[in-house]
Design a protein around this ligand. Structure first.
Ligand SMILES: Cc1ncc(COP(=O)(O)O)c(C=O)c1O
Length: 400
């Protein structure tokens, strides 16, 4: 066939490296190898029963038809209440949109705000999907590296240095995937003052807002100052908080004009989010919140264990993250070592070595736009974490 099949746009999409790692791990598993995977960023808990029951009731009541594209009013009202209660933010239902997970909403914000040639600044290391989503809009994703000594939190000087008049959007992800960085309020204010003065929109990805440790506090930038809110589009989802990754429900809140644009796009691409899942999320947001506390308590114990353990292994080190459920471990000391005839040249090779020799899957830092590191997910049982690190420790001893 001589006819070109794929558009340049689609041909240019990079496969998600997280999925790529999971794919490699699964092919080993299919060959009978017992692989421990720290690759997939999702809770190992089940969705709480009271949420599942709301979905069952919705099915039984025949709540199975199209809904309004931006989401049922009951759910948008629940989001408005949640934002008021939890984040001290006042939004109207017309400023809220329900989407198929945070992921879809992030794409919709970028597509709504960006023209080809615009720049979107992303502090790195960053969540893998931002880059391709931005590219699909024709805008340019510009990486702003943060530093491990600052616990990977952006500094005002870094933002000032990278900003130029083409920058239309800045992405703020706190707590951060893959570093677990939680921004301090004081630095966030300084950065927001600068960005708002420069009329730059801020996409604030808050999907890990409840997963906090070491006494860290989550702050929504839009709530910090009345001047910030018109420049902020908040994206959140129930995936990580309520162990609901498969239900695909997220929400965005922002200025009416932007939400209206995102809604117009969604109306032609997916329409409304699954009606049954919407009913379940009303319950998730409005029902008892104790399960979150229990899950966060468990994550905190696992985090303490994995941080201590990683820092006790020769060749690995990590900072103690304040949020999310990831460890971004420094593996620079392993680079340059050899295993038989193979030389470890970069973090991708480290991840390959861990997978092939220790049978442990981790995602290389390069996937998050930052070399010399690998990401571990600690949303796994303590036994699994222990076994995975035992294997890695043993494998590292075989390096020369
Ligand atoms: C930083 C960040 N934002 C957004 C998402 C999207 O999550 P979902 O689409 O399940 O809401 C993820 C998922 O891994 C994430 O890590």
């Amino acid at each position: 066939m001589s006819r070109k099949v794929l558009s340049d746009l689609v041909a240019g999409i990079e496969p998600s490296p997280t999925e790529e790692t999971s794919f490699l791990a699964n092919s080993l598993k299919r060959q009978g190898v017992d692989v421990i995977s720290f690759a997939q960023g999702e809770p190992d808990f089940d969705t709480p029963d009271y949420i599942k029951n709301a979905a069952i009731e919705a099915v039984q009541e025949g709540f199975t038809k199209y809904t309004d594209v931006p989401g049922i009013l009951e759910l948008r009202e629940a989001v408005v209440q949640k934002l008021k209660r939890q984040n001290n933010l006042d939004y109207d239902v017309l400023e809220v949109l329900i989407g198929n997970g945070g992921k879809q909403l992030l794409y919709e914000v970028f597509a709504t705000l960006c023209d080809p040639g615009d720049e979107v600044v992303i502090p790195t290391p960053c969540y893998v999907s931002y880059v391709d989503q931005i590219r699909l809009t024709g805008a340019n994703a510009v990486f702003m590296p943060t530093q491990e000594v600052n616990k990977f939190r952006p500094r005002l000087e870094e933002v000032q240095k990278i900003w130029n008049p083409k920058v239309k959007v800045f992405v703020l992800n706190s707590p951060c995937n893959p570093t677990g960085a939680v921004f301090e309020e004081e630095e966030m204010r300084k950065i927001m003052d600068f960005l708002v003065e420069k009329e730059t929109f801020v996409v604030t990805d808050e999907v890990y807002e409840y997963l906090l440790y070491n006494g860290a506090k989550h702050t929504s930038p839009a709530a910090l100052d009345i001047r910030y809110k018109p420049w902020c589009v908040l994206v959140n989802s129930v995936s990580k908080t309520y162990a609901m990754t498969g239900w695909r429900v997220g929400y965005a809140a922002g200025p009416k004009e932007i939400i209206k644009g995102m809604n117009a796009l969604q109306g032609h691409v997916t329409g409304n989010v699954n009606s049954i899942a919407q009913k379940a999320v009303v319950e998730a947001l409005s029902g008892p919140q104790e399960d979150i506390v229990l899950m966060v308590g468990e994550y905190a114990q696992r985090k303490d264990y994995i941080v201590n353990r990683i820092n006790s292994i020769n060749g690995l080190s990590c900072i103690d993250p304040d949020g999310a459920f990831y460890i971004f471990a420094n593996v620079k000391k392993l680079i340059g070592k050899t295993f038989g005839r193979e030389r470890i040249k970069n973090d991708k090779d480290v991840a390959k070595f861990f997978l092939n020799v220790a049978h442990v899957a981790v995602v290389p830092g390069i996937a998050f736009g930052y070399e010399g590191y690998v990401r571990f997910v600690f949303a796994k049982s303590l036994d699994t974490i222990k076994e995975g690190l035992d294997r890695i420790e043993k494998a590292i001893l075989r390096l020369e």
